[in-house]
Unconditional design. Structure first.
Length: 452
């Protein structure tokens, strides 16, 4: 039994069936799905917006929603994608591959989507602790906002914090990074405006963009920037970019190493370094890609750090790279994933692989068209907690496959399943391990989900 701050007088709220912590993609669909099933649902979010990395994180595009043959991230995920595309005139309705994100429009999409199901939302509210009983149930969470500390009680909790904060606070076991505590580098995304669209598009459409701006060509802009001592923070050639509006380009670029998302001091230092890194990349683009960026303006760096790796719960099933390679199907799978193994390496890991003669493509494996693997419901369930489901990049999995399942389309699908399962458990014995997965899968299929 774990009781936090037992001697303090806290406000208490006990009117909810399901509480979702974290308003990123997984949290939005989890809350909406729980409410759709009839559960009285509260969503708490520490920032002032929903959407996580797709809004506050300024990620410039969605990872692919298809397996190169058909859309596989369906249900609520497909609805949100289509709603966002409809608000951007330069995106075609049939686009599924690296679809650009208008961050401001996506905020409204999430607002309308989640509130449309009657979910209560508390912004600027941080999860700070969890109380448990001897049966492995979370009895309440403690949240902090301008009203002070409040204990919120619910029948079932869904952890969509990205780092399994709720599960960890409640005592669940987890893994964190790799050997020696290594973590994939983070990135602070940013937006540049007043870009010369002709200069950018001409190179992009002709294929010359990879020779002018990025890629393996040592004469490309990013290689020149990385080699220029005027830009000391640009130490690698990571440079993803996308036109997100008229004369406006979003960047997921540069790496920030040794950032521990569970250490506020580490993230704070990285935010400062990330803003300077964004400035240096932009200045370098103005110098080495002037046809597009000579008169451009660095508008905004993200208020949220782009964390790729943090805690991973130890769940009823641990998804592995072997499941990816064998394209495994599970009897309790709640979604499918076709994204490649997108590992961002530390400097030490890159040097070690180079010495072994191993290329990045040998590490970042890809599927052929039509191929995918299942994500089982069991991977969302912390072993020691009875009434907590985890959705998002912190599910139970190994490091390699986490580089694939952490993406926003997957988070949207996992969230929908988690919210639906939470509502089912709330009407029963509250134990999420006892949810009938056949009933869960049948309801997901009714709502348009895709799995085998």
């Amino acid at each position: 039994m774990k009781e936090v701050l037992p001697n303090m007088r806290l406000s208490r709220h006990d009117q909810y069936d399901v509480i979702v912590a974290g308003g990123g993609p997984a949290g939005c669909t989890a809350a909406a799905a729980a409410a759709r099933e009839g559960a009285k649902t509260l969503l708490i979010e520490e920032s002032g917006m929903l959407g996580g990395m797709g809004t506050g994180g300024l990620v410039p595009s969605w990872c692919p929603f298809w397996d190169k043959e058909k859309i596989i991230y369906r249900g609520m995920a497909e609805h949100i994608l289509n709603a966002a595309k409809a608000l951007s005139a330069h995106i075609l309705p049939q686009d599924l591959d690296w679809v650009p994100i208008d961050h401001e429009a996506l905020k409204r999409v999430y607002d309308q989507f989640v509130t449309g199901y009657g979910v209560d939302i508390l912004f600027f509210t941080s999860l700070v602790a969890a109380n448990t009983n001897d049966q492995g149930e979370v009895t309440s969470i403690i949240a902090a906002n301008q009203s002070g500390l409040t204990a919120y009680q619910a029948k079932v909790f869904v952890d969509c914090t990205g780092d399994a904060d709720l599960a960890a606070f409640a005592g669940a076991a987890f893994a964190h990074g790799g050997d020696g505590g290594s973590l994939m580098p983070a990135s602070l995304c940013f937006v540049v405006s007043n870009v010369d669209a002709y200069g950018y598009r001409f190179d992009h459409d002709s294929g010359l963009n990879y020779g002018t701006m990025q890629g393996t060509n040592p004469k490309s802009a990013i290689h020149k920037i990385a080699a220029d001592p005027k830009y000391p923070l640009v130490t690698d050639t990571h440079l993803c970019h996308q036109i997100i509006g008229p004369g406006t380009v979003g960047f997921n670029a540069g790496h920030l190493f040794h950032v521990d998302s569970t250490d506020p001091a580490s993230v704070s230092k990285a935010m400062i370094e990330g803003r300077e890194l964004a400035h240096q990349i932009h200045e370098g683009l103005k110098e080495y890609f002037p046809s597009a960026f000579a008169s451009s303006f660095l508008v905004y760096s993200a208020p949220l750090m782009g964390i790729r790796e943090g805690r991973r719960i130890l769940g009823d099933y641990t998804l592995t790279i072997d499941d990816y390679l064998t394209k495994r199907t599970f009897p309790d799978e709640i979604s499918r994933n076709s994204y490649y193994i997108d590992l961002h390496l530390t400097k030490e890991e890159s040097e070690s692989l180079a010495q072994q003669g191993v290329s990045r493509e040998q590490i970042n494996r890809r599927y052929a068209p039509g191929e995918s693997h299942g994500i089982p419901y069991r991977s969302l369930l912390p072993r020691s907690l009875a009434n907590v489901i985890v959705a998002g990049r912190s599910i139970s999995c190994d490091r390699q496959i986490q580089g694939s399942v952490r993406t926003m389309p997957n988070c949207l699908c996992m969230g929908e399943a988690a919210g639906m399962a939470a509502a089912m458990a709330a009407t029963g014995d509250r134990n999420v391990h006892h949810v009938d997965t056949e009933t869960l899968r049948a309801r997901l299929k009714e709502e348009g989900a895709y799995f085998l």
